[in-house]
Design a protein around this ligand. Structure first.
Ligand code: UTP
Length: 295
């Protein structure tokens, strides 16, 4: 079967966000502001900029603010109109103009694999992108477009990898890969979720962008809960990497650009400072202050 153009993006945002407690006790981590926009808005904008037109967000309890953020807010819009504050009105409307977003709730946070499985009915039998709601890729990067091209070329599934210091690999899923001659993507032979430093097959870590073949749904249905009692997407991808036949095969794109995990406190702070220091309104002033502050 030939697969058509990729149009669907699945954005899982139903995790508990325990690494960011207590801020995430009553508020989703995806709503934490990065300068002046919630982290999730950058992710939705990235999907839209990559040409994806059908957006599905996986949400859960405590996540209503996510839906509100991407909805119209007529009362606020009217108040800004009356004040003649066009600048802020544009900012408010930007989020609701990103296109209709569909939502499905993951009744219980049973893992990323389970969150992706919640998208199966909506996605159907097409390849689709997955963008984790707390993982930010710099807007100047074209990672997702490259990954979609690789999916179309290979017919398998595609993951994004970054090189990390070997001491950090135990915080990530890790990929065992083989280079493919003449290609700028790699074949993924095996994946290990959060390996101990000495047991990692490489220093290539899986980050939060995927372009998946729909056969992942059948594999996820048969994937037992793994690490932490959660259904791991990594485990399903491992099965697909080892499998044969239609839709099997996992490929990796090694990403060298800027990326931030806003679900981690330190990485979140770095994201805020980096992106704020590039803002025309106050970037220079912030950098001057930072230099003086660190002495
Ligand atoms: P993480 O492992 O970073 O999310 O999942 P978490 O479980 O919320 O975070 P901590 O470790 O407790 O701080 C990666 C992505 O998968 C989503 C999360 O919302 C995040 O975008 N996720 C995770 C789900 O949608 N459902 C789940 O059951 C688990």
């Amino acid at each position: 079967m030939t697969m058509g153009k990729i149009t669907k993006a699945v954005i899982p945002a139903a995790g508990l966000g325990t690494r960011f407690l207590p801020a995430t006790k009553a508020m989703p981590k995806e709503m934490l502001p990065v300068v002046d926009r919630p982290a999730i808005q950058y992710v939705v904008e990235e999907a839209v900029n990559a040409g994806l037109t059908d957006l599905l967000m996986i949400t859960g309890r405590n996540k209503r603010s996510l839906e509100d953020h991407f909805d119209r807010e007529p009362g606020l819009e009217r108040a800004l109109e009356l004040k003649g504050d066009q600048g802020r009105l544009d900012l408010v409307q930007q989020a609701s103009e990103l296109g209709p977003i569909h939502y499905v709730r993951q009744g219980e946070p049973k893992g990323l694999g389970h969150a992706v499985l919640c998208a199966s009915q909506h996605v159907g039998n097409e390849p689709f992108a997955v963008l984790l709601g707390d993982d930010l890729i710099d807007e100047a990067e074209t990672l997702l477009t490259t990954m979609m091209d690789v999916q179309q070329k290979t017919g398998g599934s595609v993951i994004a990898l970054i090189e990390v210091d070997p001491s950090e690999i135990s915080a990530y899923g890790c990929a065992d890969i083989t280079a493919i001659e003449g290609e700028d993507f790699v074949r993924v032979n095996n994946l290990v979720e959060k390996p101990a430093a000495g047991e990692a097959p490489s220093n290539l870590a899986v980050i939060g962008r995927y372009v998946l073949h729909p056969s992942v749904f059948g594999v996820l249905e048969n994937t037992e809960p793994g690490r932490g009692g959660e259904i791991q997407l990594t485990d399903a991808l491992q099965t697909m990497a080892a499998g044969e036949g239609e839709g099997s095969g996992v490929y990796g794109v090694v990403f060298k650009g800027r990326r931030y995990d806003t679900g981690d406190k330190l990485s979140y702070l770095k994201a805020v400072i980096t992106l704020a220091s590039e803002r025309v309104e106050f970037g220079e002033e912030l950098k001057t202050w930072l230099k003086a502050f660190v002495g």
